[in-house]
Design a protein around this ligand. Structure first.
Ligand SMILES: Nc1ncnc2c1ncn2[C@@H]1O[C@H](COP(=O)(O)OP(=O)(O)OP(=O)(O)O)[C@@H](O)[C@H]1O
Ligand SMILES: [Mg+2]
Length: 285
């Protein structure tokens, strides 16, 4: 089973609008609301794939996430404004304050779940009150491979605990390196396997066994929010099944592109996924 951890869960709200102009009043065409946060998105994609998954984390009393450790403060909202051309504008609330006692309860809960997992996925930002080295603590308590998908200081700290794989996007990688990344060269110096995602341009996978680049056959229009989480879901499944690295990368690029075609995070378009799996171009180097 794959275990996903979401310390900063969210109530995801997607507004579909015809146009998006700052300073104007907008008619909202459709509203979609779901419990989210990056690890929840990863778990939802794995469930759609038919892969055994267990989702945990911290959640407030106002959102239905079974097996999350309850916290007192309400869950944050993440609002996506989506236009028909696939432009997504996001408003992410900072998140509730988590107490030291709630974090300690989570660590106990995590210790009861992690030994049963084949792969652990740690995703997203840390809510206020959680120590910056939270992911380092979790990785150090885990004997199975851990995939880390986060940003800034939590990512910098987490790297010191040697996760099996990290999944930065271009901006996260730039912040981590402190300069514009030169790929694949710059990934080597991070000392852990890196799957760097590049939006519609695909992704680069750098490991001690080699380096591969893969791109989707064409850009997909839709909702790009959560494409990275679908990518991470494919990585987790690939590590669980011990697939070869280039196969894992091909699958992740196809699945994440198919996730763009689904209207909200945590889902993919299965027809497009099947089609793209045959068309993704993967190259060594
Ligand atoms: N427009 C697109 N067309 C085709 N594939 C895409 C497109 N956008 C993203 N992808 C696929 O999704 C992967 C992840 O995208 P991206 O780098 O934007 O992740 P991200 O910023 O981590 O996303 P998020 O954190 O919102 O889940 C890419 O590597 C690519 O394979
Ligand atoms: Mg991401």
């Amino acid at each position: 089973v794959i275990l996903t951890v979401t310390l900063n869960a969210a109530l995801d709200i997607t507004y579909q609008v015809d146009t998006h102009q700052p300073g104007h009043t907008h008619r909202v065409r459709t509203v979609h609301t779901r419990p989210g946060g990056k690890g929840v998105n990863v778990a939802d994609v794995l469930t759609q794939l038919g892969e055994p998954v267990h989702a945990t984390g911290l959640a407030g009393p106002d959102v239905d996430l079974p097996d999350f450790v309850p916290i007192t403060e309400p869950t944050r909202r993440t609002t996506t404004i989506l236009t028909p051309d696939g432009t997504a504008t996001l408003f992410n609330e900072p998140g509730p304050h988590v107490t030291a006692g709630e974090w300690a309860t989570f660590l106990d809960h995590y210790d009861s779940l992690a030994p049963h997992a084949h792969v652990v996925v740690l995703s997203g930002s840390l809510p206020p009150g959680i120590p910056t080295d939270a992911y380092t603590q979790l990785i150090n308590r885990t004997t199975t491979p851990v995939i880390l998908d986060t940003d800034g200081d939590p990512l910098r700290h987490g790297l010191t605990a040697q996760p099996a794989l990290i999944k930065p996007n271009q901006h996260e990688l730039q912040r981590l390196l402190g300069r514009t990344p030169r790929l694949p060269h710059d990934c080597h110096e991070l000392g852990v396997p890196v799957a760097a995602t590049l939006g519609p341009a695909g992704a680069v996978l750098s490991t001690p066994d080699g380096c591969w680049t893969a791109r989707p056959p064409r850009p997909v229009t839709g909702n790009p929010t959560g494409a990275g989480d679908a990518f991470t879901a494919a990585l987790a499944r690939g590590l669980t099944d011990r697939k070869p690295w280039p196969d894992i990368l091909t699958d992740a690029v196809a699945l994440s592109a198919a996730a763009v075609a689904a209207p909200h995070a945590g889902a993919y378009n299965p027809t497009l996924y099947r089609e793209l799996t045959r068309l993704v171009d993967v190259k060594e180097g």
